[in-house]
Design a binder for this molecule. Structure first.
Ligand SMILES: NC(=O)c1ccc[n+]([C@@H]2O[C@H](COP(=O)([O-])OP(=O)(O)OC[C@H]3O[C@@H](n4cnc5c(N)ncnc54)[C@H](O)[C@@H]3O)[C@@H](O)[C@H]2O)c1
Length: 440
């Protein structure tokens, strides 16, 4: 070892002794002192990143035992957990009335989820929301609904139903007596663009959620959204729960039908109490921008053409439009009549309830009449273009027989299309009237 003169040192501690460096490195440091410094710092920086990466807690990343859908922006890494987060979760789920129950609402920032969550909260139930805020339609509308929910005291956990670790954590923190499962990839036509998102949310996500429910102790009763679309090419009207549902006309319908079969399995094997609700074209304030009544309103106001579809041989295309408040009453009726699950410790202890109900309005309205009502409410004449109904998954008509829901849930829709659309238009004009734009 020999003393190295101060000017050979690259630190600011002259006079210190340092071990002699190998010849090449010394030359390198001598000729490129700044580059050498840079190299050292680069290695230090990379090392720090590696350490942070391996130390990050497992619950900060999205993980699915079943599948993932990397095409969706919503599935980016999310973080949850920690004392502040747990406090918010517990406070939101706290029951506020003597007869209240504790409910996890998936898809809470969605159209139906927002309305159902508020209704539950208002009557004193504990409500915790879960939503991945995906970008299937304008996420700012979901954020605005979230703000509304927060004002009502409902916290919406930002996460995916495919995240098994997150669900496990939520069930550890809260003893949910009920789950209202509304999270899904909705819409019929989008399946041609992103089929994987339907499988991911409506099949894999549903299984993941049912796994969490089955493992919970006690198991919650589950009320979940199926769809009128399961009737597919069925021609017998009105559609009754006993009718065939094995001819789906879209991938969306096929995944909802798969959900009904999966529900049967979890009921049969694990004793989960499961109620499927077949919603018929739900509309109303805070609705979904991908639905006809919503984008017709936008396009009529903008002076754009409005496609009025007709079926084969100039047949009428009609929908059993159902107002959101009626659907909410049906959901609460299903929740209040749901029996307890019978399983525990992941094992069935006895037969459990398994139900399916139509929730419709029982009065189908032709799409041309829908446009007429909107014209009158908006006081603007629509530029109609009559077009053939494309074969991309839409069915020519829907019509619900609701006798079963009336009998067992006390379900009785009371809002006609004219009245419901008036409320929708009032909301639309106040929401988009000012600075916001509805053209996303
Ligand atoms: N609105 C209707 O006319 C209608 C008709 C039949 C059935 N349904 C069903 O009712 C339910 C609610 O529909 P909506 O109209 O409120 O739709 P929506 O798209 O407004 O709500 C669904 C919500 O679920 C969330 N979500 C989707 N995938 C998720 C995932 N993997 N993890 C967590 N969150 C996820 C979305 O971000 C969205 O906020 C859906 O299951 C839908 O299929 C709706």
């Amino acid at each position: 070892m020999k003393q190295i003169s101060a000017n050979h040192l690259d630190d600011d501690s002259p006079g210190k002794f340092k071990p002699e460096k190998p010849h090449l490195i010394n030359r390198f440091r001598h000729h490129y002192p700044y580059l050498a410094k840079l190299t050292v710092w680069t290695f230090l920086f990379l090392g720090l990143i590696l350490v942070l990466f391996f130390q990050s807690p497992p619950n900060s990343s999205y993980s699915s035992p079943i599948s993932s859908d990397p095409s969706r922006r919503s599935l980016k890494t999310r973080s949850w957990g920690g004392p502040v987060w747990e406090k918010r979760v517990k406070s939101s789920a706290r029951i506020r009335s003597r007869t209240g129950v504790s409910v996890l609402v998936t898809g809470a920032a969605g159209f139906v989820g927002t309305h159902v969550s508020v209704a539950l909260k208002r009557r004193g139930d504990g409500v915790l929301g879960l939503d991945n805020f995906n970008d299937y339609y304008d996420p700012s509308l979901k954020r605005a609904r979230q703000a509304l929910l927060e004002r009502t005291g409902i916290y919406v956990v930002e996460g995916d139903i495919n995240d098994a670790a997150l669900l496990k954590k939520l069930f550890e923190l809260i003893t949910f007596s009920h789950v209202v499962h509304l999270a899904a990839q909705a819409g019929v036509r989008y399946a041609m663009v992103n089929p994987g998102s339907y499988v991911n949310s409506n099949v894999a996500g549903f299984v993941n959620l049912l796994e969490a429910c089955k493992n919970a102790n006690p198991q919650p009763a589950v009320v979940w959204a199926s769809s009128s679309s399961v009737y597919g090419l069925n021609t017998k009207v009105p559609f009754s729960e006993k009718d065939r549902t094995d001819q789906p006309a879209s991938l969306y319908a096929a995944t909802k039908k798969a959900g009904e079969e999966i529900a049967h399995t979890y009921n049969h094997i694990y004793g989960l109490s499961l109620t499927g609700l077949r919603f018929f074209t739900v509309y109303g304030p805070w609705g979904r921008p991908d639905m006809a009544y919503f984008f017709f309103t936008r396009d009529i106001l903008k002076g754009k053409t409005v496609p009025v579809f007709e079926g084969a041989n100039h047949g009428t295309v009609a929908r059993d439009f159902t107002y959101i408040d009626d659907i909410v009453k049906g959901c609460l009726g299903a929740l209040d009549t749901a029996e307890k699950s019978t399983g525990s410790g992941g094992k069935k202890r006895g037969p459990a309830q398994l139900r399916v109900f139509n929730l419709g309005n029982t009065s189908p309205v032709p799409v041309s009449s829908l446009v007429g009502i909107l014209e009158r409410l908006l006081k603007v004449k629509a530029k109609r273009v009559v077009m053939k109904l494309p074969r991309n998954g839409d069915v020519p008509f829907t019509h619900a027989n609701i006798s079963l829901a009336r009998r067992e849930l006390g379900y009785k829709p009371t809002t006609d299309l004219q009245t419901g659309l008036k409320k929708f238009v009032r909301w639309y004009l106040s929401y988009y009237g000012s600075s916001r734009k509805s053209d996303q």
